[in-house]
Write a protein that binds this ligand. Structure first.
Ligand SMILES: C[S@@+](CC[C@H](N)C(=O)[O-])C[C@H]1O[C@@H](n2cnc3c(N)ncnc32)[C@H](O)[C@@H]1O
Length: 352
């Protein structure tokens, strides 16, 4: 792999400027969408909502987001991964995405007001073999995970929620992943619940000689991932349930999993963890990224507590209560790294 050479010289200065300008605009763009959405579609106030004084102010959050972006740039400059492939934004595409977001907002708002969360189950195809927990309007999203419209909206909605920091959080998982993959020849990586393929795109771009695969239950999300990953020659994308991975025992060098576990019931988390451990080779690495849990960054505890109430996240509270190192260790995976990155926590764990 040709990375891990610190970037130096005039080219780096140009890249740094491009990164800075692009991310300044990115944060402004997504934060303005967040604020506009909060105004146009305000969330309900809860009687036992946390005291606003216990919540971090927007300045503290912005400072923390700036720290994440500095860390992202430091990793790029140190050659740990490449600059984001989408630094140059296509304005027409950005405006179309914004229009889609605002066109969908009233439906999300009505669902949230009515506490409607089971549309997908009621309208579901009885022949389709999806797990029951999956057939919900997570975050009151339109069509759950089961339409092209939802797949086209998803990345924009997630970036809006994190004011443009979501991809930078995902990229932090590339650091332990790259350090592991660099020690191997033609390694194999599987991304669990790959969604629209953002993490696999960054991994494919940065680690050219890695064979990448992804699995997800959603055909439309896999379609979106296929379109994105085509620019790196494609990935092996499989439609299926991560509770029974269609990969042989001890066949993969690394497994990644980003933003899945907070949307799973506890028993499903345990089954998927056991599957991830089964398919990893001995010495293989799991990189795991998901929401922070209470106590990971006490100033955010009030926000973490509030999150599942205003957005439909039925398993989030239980996720927050779960001891993740113990979950991984029960499956034979020992945690070697735990870090916070803005609203996410990153764990790396080795199969013994
Ligand atoms: C919150 S999204 C995360 C997607 C992506 N990893 C990311 O970083 O944005 C959750 C994803 O998990 C998928 N999913 C949920 N349960 C699954 C399961 N049992 N097997 C495979 N995919 C699943 C959904 O279809 C969706 O794409």
């Amino acid at each position: 792999m040709d990375l891990q050479q610190p970037r130096t010289g005039a080219a780096t200065l140009v890249e740094m400027l491009a990164y800075g300008v692009s991310h300044g605009m990115r944060v402004g763009w997504f934060m303005s969408h967040y604020l506009a959405a909060a105004r146009l579609a305000p969330r309900a106030r809860w009687r036992d909502a946390p005291d606003p004084k216990s919540l971090p102010g927007s300045r503290a959050i912005l400072r923390d987001l700036a720290a994440l972006l500095r860390r992202d740039w430091d990793n790029i400059r140190a050659g740990r991964y490449k600059p984001p492939f989408d630094l140059a934004v296509n304005p027409a595409r950005a405006l179309r995405a914004s229009a889609r977001f605002f066109a969908d907002l009233p439906a999300v708002h009505l669902r949230r007001r009515a506490q409607e969360t089971q549309e997908i189950f009621r309208s579901g195809d009885p022949e389709a073999a999806y797990p029951r927990y999956y057939l919900q309007n997570f975050h009151h999203q339109t069509d759950g995970y089961l339409s092209r419209r939802s797949a086209e909206l998803y990345d924009f909605q997630v970036e809006t929620l994190f004011s443009g920091g979501a991809d930078a959080m995902r990229r932090q998982a590339l650091v332990p992943l790259g350090a592991h993959l660099r020690t191997l020849e033609r390694p194999r990586l599987l991304d669990i619940a790959c969604g629209t393929g953002r993490f696999l795109a960054f991994a494919s771009d940065s680690f050219a000689d890695v064979a990448v695969a992804g699995i997800d239950l959603s055909l439309p999300y896999l379609g979106q991932a296929r379109r994105l990953l085509g620019r790196w020659g494609g990935a092996c994308l499989v439609a299926g349930n991560a509770e029974t991975l269609p990969f042989a025992d001890s066949s993969l060098d690394a497994v990644s999993c980003t933003y899945l576990f907070h949307e799973l019931p506890r028993a499903v988390r345990a089954r998927i963890t056991a599957e991830m451990a089964r398919v990893l080779k001995p010495g293989g690495l799991l990189v795991f990224l998901d929401s922070i849990q209470p106590g990971d960054h006490p100033p955010y505890d009030g926000l973490v507590e509030r999150f599942p109430r205003s957005l439909h996240e039925p398993y989030f509270a239980d996720y927050c209560a779960q001891d993740l190192p113990a979950l991984f260790s029960d499956a034979g995976l020992s945690v070697t790294l735990t870090e916070r990155a803005f609203f996410s926590k990153l764990l790396a764990a080795k199969k013994q």
